[in-house]
Design a protein around this ligand. Structure first.
Ligand SMILES: NC(=O)c1ccc[n+]([C@@H]2O[C@H](COP(=O)([O-])OP(=O)(O)OC[C@H]3O[C@@H](n4cnc5c(N)ncnc54)[C@H](OP(=O)(O)O)[C@@H]3O)[C@@H](O)[C@H]2O)c1
Length: 335
């Protein structure tokens, strides 16, 4: 019987892409988010937009990357049906009760389908803000950790008793390249994702003897709504990313204009937005995820997404001193 997979944050970006990709591979997929009944038409729009809006800087690169990343024909032709097959549940990862009740319910449902329960948990839900360390309110620092770190912990704690009882299972947590090196004006995000990375490494060691596989996914910038949401959460609005209204998006930098960091933050924001437009689409990460699920002995960490960012990170983290790395990184962001 096909594996039953739970994905948190399945109504947008990476989570939605994973859900569609894994359903197309024959898995049973339970997608969760804060939405009560996600509108499938809206999800279809988000999915197609995330996979079609990217632009590349030169033609040669476009052709190579497009071949590798274009959506499979099978997915484009059957997208409505695939979306209908995803079983959506409302589960805010910041609520103990909602997480415990929903995971229990999903496990029962999965048991009916495959006789086992939840086989794979993909922790993907995450948020960020764009703000300086002192500019971000304590409430939003806590919100970041409550979603990106404690949100994952809550779901892991709810799923583990079922996996332990059965003596097998798999957990894949989504950190970020930003959890390996700090992104300017997103220290809260980087700190939460770094905590998540080390937590996952500890969990891997703890659960290996129990036959539960644990890995951490470290995506580069991916072309999703993430940074748009990041801006919105800072209570600013700016043009839809898919309208490619680059100037407006750059102008509407979510940092408070009165902030002493404003000039630098504006430059960094412009690099973030420009990067986003040339970033790979989410399916590149979904393909990697599918390989991790199939692997007999999955590795602890997996980098995914943009090759250049991955390479830059490897270079800065492994081959130069920390001080030099943090001399180069701000330059990359135009500071
Ligand atoms: N995009 C990137 O460049 C990038 C790079 C590295 C890592 N990542 C990580 O990848 C993950 C997915 O990001 P994305 O780019 O796909 O972002 P996204 O498009 O903004 O999607 C985020 C998803 O998380 C859900 N979510 C947010 N808060 C939640 C909560 N409290 N409870 C339940 N669900 C919640 C949202 O659904 P609702 O709003 O419907 O609840 C949405 O489905 C995040 O953990 C992010 O840190 C992203």
């Amino acid at each position: 019987m096909a594996k039953a997979i739970v994905i948190t944050g399945a109504t947008s970006g990476l989570g939605l892409s994973h859900a569609v990709y894994l359903i197309s591979k024959g898995y049973t997929v339970f997608g969760t988010s804060r939405k009560e009944n996600p509108d499938l038409k809206e999800l279809k729009e988000i999915y197609l937009r995330d996979h079609t809006k990217w632009k590349f800087s030169n033609k040669e690169k476009t052709e190579v990357i497009a071949k590798k990343m274009l959506l499979p024909k099978k997915i484009i032709a059957n997208l409505d049906e695939l979306l209908k097959k995803i079983q959506f549940y409302k589960m805010d990862v910041t609520s103990d009760k909602e997480v415990n009740d929903t995971i229990k319910e999903i496990n029962e449902k999965a048991k009916v389908v495959n006789g086992r329960g939840i086989d794979v948990l993909i922790n993907n839900a995450g948020i960020s803000f764009y703000e300086s360390v002192e500019g971000l309110s304590m409430e939003n620092w806590q919100k970041t950790f409550d979603t990106n770190f404690f949100g994952v912990l809550r779901v892991v704690k709810a799923v583990l008793p079922f996996m332990k009882e059965r003596g097998n299972g798999q957990i894949i947590n989504t950190s970020s390249l930003g959890g390996v090196i700090a992104i300017p004006f997103q220290s809260h995000y980087s700190a939460s994702k770094a905590a998540l990375k080390l937590f996952t490494e500890g969990l891997h060691v703890e659960l290996r003897p129990l036959n539960i596989k644990v890995s951490v996914l470290l995506p580069s910038d991916i072309n999703t709504n993430f940074n748009k949401n990041t801006g919105k959460l800072s209570s600013n609005t700016f043009g839809e990313l898919n309208s490619i209204n680059l100037k407006e998006m750059i102008e509407n930098n979510p940092m408070d204009k009165k902030s002493p960091h404003f000039t630098k933050a504006k430059k960094v924001w412009s690099v973030i937005i420009k990067n986003l437009i040339i970033s790979p689409p989410p399916i590149t990460v979904s393909r990697k995820l599918s390989k991790i699920i199939k692997a007999r002995k999955p590795k602890i960490s997996y980098y995914a997404g943009d090759f250049i960012q991955g390479f830059l990170l490897l270079f800065l983290r492994r081959f130069v001193t920390e001080n030099f790395a943090y001399f180069i990184l701000p330059k990359y962001y135009g500071m």
